[in-house]
Every structure is written in structure tokens, then in C-alpha cells.
Design a protein around this ligand. Structure first.
Ligand SMILES: [Zn+2]
Length: 126
């Protein structure tokens, strides 16, 4: 499991190595024009930790446009815009976050939010 104390740049590099070199939401490849940023799946305002298991690489445009929307609401909005967001990636990372919380403990505020998101993602997939 990744060290939760890795700095943000190191986590972003690892997120890209883990998930691929494109935005989780709009799927544009990261190039000179499209800069990767760290996007918290469970937003920090909802108690989401700055762990690799709560982060995906997103382009600056998507990160800003998403704001504090939940992953499931933002996935729906991406689809409404005609994009093909990586729902499997989002589900995989949120599932890893649930596992990391089980191991490390804490994150009492993030837990119910995370459980609600995983339920909604399972429903979407069904
Ligand atoms: Zn994007």
C-alpha cells in the first residue's frame, strides 16, 4: 500500500503510473496543453484524505469544473457533455480507498460519503 505521507507531486506521478496518462473524466491525454492535476474523489470538504487511494489525475479544466460535486454526480455530468469518463477507474480507486480506511482507521467523516458513492456506482454498473 502506498505511503500516505508521499507529497502531492509524488502521488500524482503514481496515480498516472497506476491509471494511465489521461484525465479520469474527459480522457484527454496529458500533453503540453493538458496539464495533470490531483483530483480528490471524496472532496476534502467532505473529509476526503490526501491519499493516493483518494486521488485520480484530472486535467485542470475538469478539476475546476467539478468543484465539490460527488464522483457519481460528476460522472453523470461528464456523460451529459458527451465525454466517456473512466467509471471503472473511479470505482477501483474508491474501492481501494475503502480498503485503506479499513487498514489505517480514522476518516469518520469520509466513510458514509464513500459508502454512498460506492452504492451509487454499483447501481450505475448494474
Ligand atoms: Zn479532463
Amino acid at each position: 500500500m502506498a505511503d500516505p505521507l508521499l507529497d502531492r507531486a509524488a502521488r500524482l506521478t503514481l496515480a498516472i503510473a497506476r491509471d494511465g496518462d489521461d484525465c479520469a473524466w474527459c480522457r484527454r491525454p496529458f500533453t503540453g496543453q493538458v496539464t495533470p492535476t490531483t483530483d480528490h474523489l471524496v472532496p476534502r470538504v467532505k473529509g476526503g484524505p490526501s491519499w493516493l487511494e483518494n486521488e485520480v489525475a484530472a486535467c485542470r479544466r475538469c478539476n475546476r469544473a467539478r468543484g465539490h460535486l460527488s464522483p457519481s454526480d460528476w460522472l453523470a455530468e461528464c456523460e451529459r457533455r458527451g465525454w466517456h469518463p473512466d467509471t471503472d477507474r473511479v470505482t477501483r480507486v474508491l474501492t481501494a480507498l475503502a480498503g485503506a480506511i479499513t487498514v489505517r482507521g480514522g476518516q469518520r467523516r469520509a466513510r458514509p460519503y464513500l459508502e454512498g458513492q460506492l452504492r451509487r456506482l454499483r447501481r450505475r454498473a448494474a
